[in-house]
Each structure stands twice: as structure tokens, then as C-alpha cells.
Ligand binder design. Structure first.
Ligand SMILES: *Cc1c(COP(=O)(O)O)cnc(C)c1O
Length: 397
């Protein structure tokens, strides 16, 4: 008999009843150090008083109105995002997939708007993850993501990660856009090099294409800049954000330049809940915290500390880990053996540390952005103990 909750996840038998900062408390009374942050979502950890207050205050006023009227919190958040990024305009929605879809639609509309409707195709990268919508799985192309859901929308040309020459060769008169996660999440925590990302910008300029970044996972402070593209000295045309932008409240945003959004006029897009007062109250509160001068400095400082500690871990367990990837507080350890990452995530959880698996044998660590060095030390103790136990159990078997 099918479970009432559709059984698409392989869930751990674990539930949490409260959280505080970087810690979660399970219903059976155990404490967990959360280095998953609900997959890069809880940027300020759990139950941050400033975010709780923002949500609570708004909840007593108005939850929802339709987008046929002005929503002051949305106007304010859009203005603030435009002030601090490349963007001239923002569309709000409720999830990463929706923010991404809005980016895809914006770009498609741009080319019809400028009289080049033949430009419909997007160049994307192997291992990409852009959500589970029908369009998102068409970009991913893998059996795991797309199997059984065909026919898929045919508008994505996938090339190898980091291969500028392959991108150049994939450009045709139908190409509209180059699209990439500046730091890949699900695909294995690979960070694009500055040279590569700048090369993509150059190709876009040479061929009249738009450059679209998926910063749903790597954006909003995660890598130590508000957006990861800021490390690259490039200016994108469209960026989608979600996850950390709501600190745990469902919120996504599609940011675009005036040029790229030229076709998005009245009636071209919409969302019932997008930009609702509750989400906007929390989104503005998240930004208040992120724009404090010490915030990104702390992410960079603790991220660098974590990098050093993880390098030491790899040196200590050379037969288990063979690589270290990512940026800021988005780091992955690569296991030598396939599936060891999945097993390690489960064992770490048993020992009180939450992490996330990714492709390419990688264990992802995505802690709340408010963690300090002592949290990294605590995580490293658990990882050391867990890997030691794991290797011993394997040898005994
Ligand atoms: C999580 C994620 C998405 C999808 O976001 P949802 O909120 O699950 O729809 C898309 N792209 C990237 C890079 C992501 O990490």
C-alpha cells in the first residue's frame, strides 16, 4: 500500500521538534549539529530571533494578498536586491524551481522580443541541477532525474564541466544562453574557475547570448560573497536565487538586467503566492542580517578555517578521501569509493552530524552561515570518529 505521504524520498527515521542556531533536537531527545541547513537553506540556523520576530509581526498583520495590488515589502526587497547586485528588476516566487523557470522564460522572451525567435537553446553543463520541474529535468537529462518523464522539452545542449572549447563548439545560430551554477551543488560541489566563468561571458558577448547563473545553492552569502559570481568579476544577465534568501521560509527570486527582462511586460508571467507579505517580511529580515558588515567576513573566516581543517582530514585519511571542493561554507569531501559518501552521511547522522550527499562520491557540508570555528572543530571530531569507525568496521568484515 502506498504511503499517504508520496514515497519519493528515502527518509531517515528521524524527526526534529526544535532547533536553535546550528543545532537541532530530535523527538527522541538527541542533539544534532546541523551542517546541512536543510540543504543550504537555513542561512541563519534555526529559530533565529530576528527572523522569528519578522515573521511573527507580519503574521499578525496580513498573510496574503493577490499581486493585483501593491505589496510594499516586495517593492522594498526588490529595490534592495537591485541596489546591491547587477539586477535592475526582480520577480519573486516560492521555490528554486520557480525562480529558475522565470529565468528561462525571461531569456526565451528576450529573444522573441528582439526579433530573434530562432534563438531558443540553452547550453548547460554535465552534472547540472536546476530543480525537478519538467524543464529542470530536461536540462539535467540523467536517467535518475528524467527517466520515465519523456518526452522532454528539447532546448538544452549539455557540455562537459569546465571545457570552454566544448562550449564554443556547442554554440549554434539557435543558441540563446549559456547557463551554469557558479558552484555546482548536487553535481558534486565543483566551483567554476574565474578563467572559465569569464570565458563564458566573453563567448556570450561574441555571439549575442545571455549569461544566466543558477545561484539557488551558491548564492546569498554561501561562498563568502552575496552571490558567487562576484568572485569572478563578471556581470551576468539573469540570476536565480532561492534557498538561503528566505532563511527557511519558502522564497525564490529571479534577478535580471533591464536588457534581459525587456520582454517581461504585463501579463507575461505570474504567481499567486510570489512575493507575498510573509515571505517578503522574512526576505527583508534575512537581507538586514546579511548586509551587516561583519557577516560575510565571518563566512570567509570560518570557511577558510573549515577548508584548512578538512585538508587536514584528507591528509589523515588518504585511503578514504581524495579530494576537497567548493568555496566558503559550501564544501565537499570526495570519497574514493562510490557509495561511501552515502554511507558516511548516514553514519555521521548516527553520530550527531547532519550532512548531505552529492554526485561524484561527495559528502556536502552546508552549515548555517552563522557558525563559528568551534562548530567546525565539533564537526571535525565527529567526522574523524565516524571515518575511523567506518574503516574499522570495513576491515573487520
Ligand atoms: C535546490 C536547487 C534548485 C531547486 O530548488 P527547489 O527549491 O527545490 O525547487 C535548483 N537549482 C539549484 C542549483 C539548487 O541547488
Amino acid at each position: 500500500m502506498i504511503a499517504p505521504l508520496m514515497p519519493v524520498y528515502n527518509r531517515a527515521n528521524l524527526a526534529f521538534e526544535k532547533g536553535e542556531g546550528a543545532y537541532l533536537y530530535s523527538t527522541d531527545g538527541k542533539i544534532y549539529l546541523d551542517f546541512s541547513a536543510g540543504i543550504a537553506v537555513n542561512a541563519f540556523g534555526h529559530a533565529h530571533p530576528y527572523l522569528v520576530k519578522a515573521l511573527h509581526e507580519q503574521a499578525q498583520k496580513v498573510w496574503h494578498v493577490s499581486n493585483s495590488v501593491r505589496i510594499p515589502g516586495a517593492e522594498r526587497l526588490a529595490q534592495r536586491l537591485c541596489d546591491i547586485t547587477f539586477a535592475d528588476t526582480v520577480f519573486f516566487n516560492n521555490s528554486g524551481s520557480e525562480a529558475w523557470e522565470c529565468g528561462v522564460k525571461t531569456i526565451r522572451k528576450y529573444f522573441t522580443h528582439i526579433g530573434q525567435p530562432q534563438k531558443t537553446r540553452f547550453i548547460v553543463f554535465e552534472g547540472c541541477f536546476h530543480g525537478r520541474s519538467m524543464t529542470g529535468i530536461a536540462a539535467a537529462k540523467t536517467e535518475k532525474m528524467a527517466g520515465g518523464f519523456g518526452p522532454l522539452i528539447d532546448m538544452f545542449d549539455q557540455v562537459a564541466w569546465g571545457d570552454l572549447d566544448a562550449v564554443r563548439k556547442a554554440i549554434t545560430p539557435e543558441t540563446a544562453c549559456i547557463h551554469i551554477e557558479v558552484v555546482q551543488g548536487e553535481g558534486g560541489m565543483r566551483a567554476g574557475s574565474k578563467e572559465f566563468i569569464q570565458g563564458l561571458r566573453k563567448l556570450c558577448d561574441e555571439h549575442g547570448l545571455l549569461l544566466f547563473f543558477d545561484e539557488i545553492q551558491c548564492g546569498m552569502g554561501r561562498t563568502g560573497k552575496l552571490f558567487a559570481y562576484e568572485w569572478m568579476d563578471v556581470v551576468p544577465d539573469v540570476v536565480c536565487a532561492a534557498k538561503g534568501i528566505g532563511g527557511g521560509f519558502p522564497l525564490g527570486a529571479c534577478l535580471a538586467s533591464e536588457k534581459a527582462a525587456a520582454g517581461m511586460n504585463h501579463g507575461t508571467h505570474g504567481s499567486t503566492y510570489g512575493g507575498n507579505p510573509l515571505a517578503m517580511a522574512v526576505g527583508n529580515a534575512v537581507l538586514d542580517l546579511m548586509l551587516k558588515p561583519e557577516f560575510l567576513a565571518q563566512v570567509n573566516r570560518v570557511g577558510a578555517y573549515m577548508w584548512q581543517k578538512f585538508d587536514e582530514l584528507i591528509a589523515e585519511f588518504p585511503a578514504f578521501f581524495d579530494g576537497h571542493r567548493g568555496k566558503g561554507l559550501m564544501q565537499g569531501l570526495r570519497c574514493i569509493n562510490a557509495d561511501d559518501n552515502l554511507k558516511l552521511v548516514a553514519k555521521l547522522r548516527e553520530n550527531g552530524l547532519l550532512s548531505v550527499a552529492a554526485s561524484g562520491h561527495v559528502v556536502r557540508f552546508l552549515p548555517p552561515l552563522i557558525i563559528e570555528e568551534k562548530h567546525v572543530d565539533e564537526a571535525v571530531v565527529i567526522i574523524k570518529r565516524t571515518v575511523t569507525e567506518y574503516i574499522q568496521a570495513k576491515e573487520a568484515a
